[in-house]
Design a protein around this ligand. Structure first.
Ligand code: ACO
Length: 332
């Protein structure tokens, strides 16, 4: 049995936060943010929580898969901004909101690489004949873990969700070709929310020192990201004897335009094959790749049979890449 990428869906909350809005909140400028990151806007969820964003993306993905909710055998969510810190998992809440009962539902934590980890897990479950249809969701309300007084991080992130259905197929031509995931905990302090876990349990100190919010060593992360991603995408192409020319769309994690450009240029991709959505949404962590896939699908640039090269890098540090044939039906 093979695993195929059957459908995609995404959702962004309504409220837009521009660079000009941020100029009024911290010591920054539209020019700095655009030049250093490519970001112009991001969307912020007000009343909605992570599972609400995930629900809307999931409903679209399930509808586009042509399946009924009851056909979904498992629900897996990647998030670093779950509804609840420890339990229940956001996946359980999503399943409940979808009205799906008596199915496995769990979260994974791989920061911005979350969606590549999800594709890998779903592919393995299907190839081992455990399940036939798996809903994977990358969903983030990062605005809830951003320190809005820290200009180093608050300009970078946004909220959103993207979901996909991965289904069993007997046709190898429809299959997800390969995925690769990895990590190096030596760099755990590059991207970290130091407070509220077992190391620094919730306390007045955690609150006073803003320890429950994301901290990032941006410049150090940038350098490791470019080096690691460049090697990772080259390795997965080489391993599968696929040339960069055969890839229809390069859909990387949307953290920084300069990282995407550096990796894309190293593979000598045509400009129009490199997907950029970071200007619209900012960095939405585990949601960024499925949101970008959805943008391509809805704009008609991603068609059934197209080969996508996905790559991502994030807190952990984690990274990964995937060669994925898109097997979704055209939007009618
Ligand atoms: N506005 C104005 N100035 C700023 C801002 C801001 N918002 N933020 C930082 N600066 C200043 C810094 O204080 C510094 O000033 P100094 O030279 O006087 O000390 C200067 O700008 C340069 O700072 P750098 O950190 O060196 O800037 P850099 O070019 O590296 O850009 C950025 C910073 C955008 C964070 C970049 O390093 C980056 O994108 N890093 C990688 C992020 C990433 O990929 N993360 C992984 C995924 S995220 C996840 O997993 C959740």
């Amino acid at each position: 049995m093979f695993a195929s990428f059957k459908s995609i869906g995404a959702y962004v909350p309504k409220e837009k936060l521009t660079n000009f809005d941020l100029e009024k909140m911290v010591d920054t400028t539209d020019e700095w943010i655009k030049k250093r990151t490519g970001i112009e806007n991001r969307y912020i969820a007000k009343e909605e929580v992570t599972s609400d964003l995930a629900l809307k993306a999931s409903e679209i993905a399930i509808k586009r898969s042509g399946l009924a909710k009851d056909d979904i055998d498992a629900i897996i969510c990647a998030t670093i901004s779950p509804d609840y810190l420890c339990m229940p998992s956001t996946a359980c809440v999503i399943a409940d909101k979808l009205g799906i009962k008596n199915r496995p539902a769990f979260d994974i934590s791989a920061a911005c690489t979350g969606f590549i980890y999800l594709v890998t897990i779903a592919k393995s479950f299907i190839e081992s004949n455990l399940y036939k249809n798996i809903l994977i969701v990358g969903a983030e309300k990062l605005s809830s873990i951003v320190d809005w007084s820290d200009r180093n991080t608050c300009v970078l992130f946004g909220d959103g969700a993207g979901a996909a259905v991965i289904s069993a197929t007997e046709d190898k031509n429809e299959a997800i070709i390969d995925t690769h995931i990895s990590s190096d905990g030596e760099y755990q302090d590059f991207l970290i929310t130091p407070g509220s876990g077992s190391k620094n349990p919730c306390s007045q100190k955690v609150i006073d020192e803003n320890m429950a919010f994301m901290k990032m060593k941006g410049n150090e992360t940038f350098k490791v990201a470019v080096k690691t991603l460049t090697k990772d995408v080259k390795d997965i192409l080489k391993k599968n004897k696929i040339s960069a020319n055969e890839v229809d769309l390069f859909i990387p994690h949307q953290a920084n335009y300069r990282i995407i450009k550096a990796v894309g240029d190293s593979l000598k991709f045509d400009k129009d094959k490199i997907v950029i959505t970071v200007h619209k949404y900012g960095n939405t962590s585990s949601a960024s790749i499925p949101m970008a896939i959805n943008d391509m699908y809805e704009s008609g640039r991603l068609k059934k049979g197209d080969l996508m090269l996905l790559d991502a890098f994030g807190g952990g540090l984690t990274w990964g890449s995937a060669l994925v044939k898109f097997n979704g039906e055209e939007i009618k």
